[in-house]
Write a protein that binds this ligand. Structure first.
Ligand code: FES
Length: 164
């Protein structure tokens, strides 16, 4: 049925059932078992809920990647788009993504609550950069991510390896 609302999540096509218009992207993800994306403040201030949303921009003729606060985004605002969550990057079972690996080995994750959000912000930056970003760009992309445990130094240090 062409009227079906579709989203893609971590490479899998999902049909959105009717009656979900009240949900945010975050609620939808967590309700469907993807609990790596966290609810922190619920109002766009902490970045714990960051996911990457990709959509095709026909005027630019290319696929654009954005870090999005899933707690603020209405589910239907991403209709037809591709959501990548931290589960889509890697896990202990399948092997960690280099961004996850680097954050863990640099002791940039303590309680872990903010970790998926930091990972996804950097992932979205790397996916949208043609060449490696500068250290300043990496710091800037983390402006919306808060951490209460480690402080930011180990986190920034962990991501320095991805800078030019
Ligand atoms: Fe804090 Fe979304 S939960 S920004």
């Amino acid at each position: 049925d062409s009227k079906e609302a579709i989203v893609y999540v971590n490479g899998v096509r999902r049909v959105l059932p009717n009656g979900l218009a009240h949900l945010t992207v975050l609620e939808y993800l967590r309700d469907t078992g993807l609990t790596g994306t966290k609810l922190g403040c619920g109002e766009g201030g902490c970045g714990a809920c960051t996911v990457m949303v990709s959509s095709y921009d026909s005027s630019l003729n290319k696929c654009m990647h954005y870090a999005v606060n899933a707690c603020l985004a209405p589910l239907y605002s991403v209709e037809g788009m591709h959501i990548i969550t931290v589960e889509g990057l890697g896990s202990h079972k399948r092997g960690l993504h280099p961004i996850q690996e680097s954050l863990a080995s640099s002791h940039g994750s303590q309680c872990g609550f903010c970790t998926p959000g930091f990972i996804m912000s950097v992932y979205a930056l790397l996916r949208s950069s043609k060449s490696p970003p500068s250290e300043e760009q990496i710091e800037e992309c983390l402006a919306g991510n808060l951490c209460r445990c480690t402080g930011y130094r180990p986190i920034i240090d962990a991501f320095r390896v991805f800078a030019k």
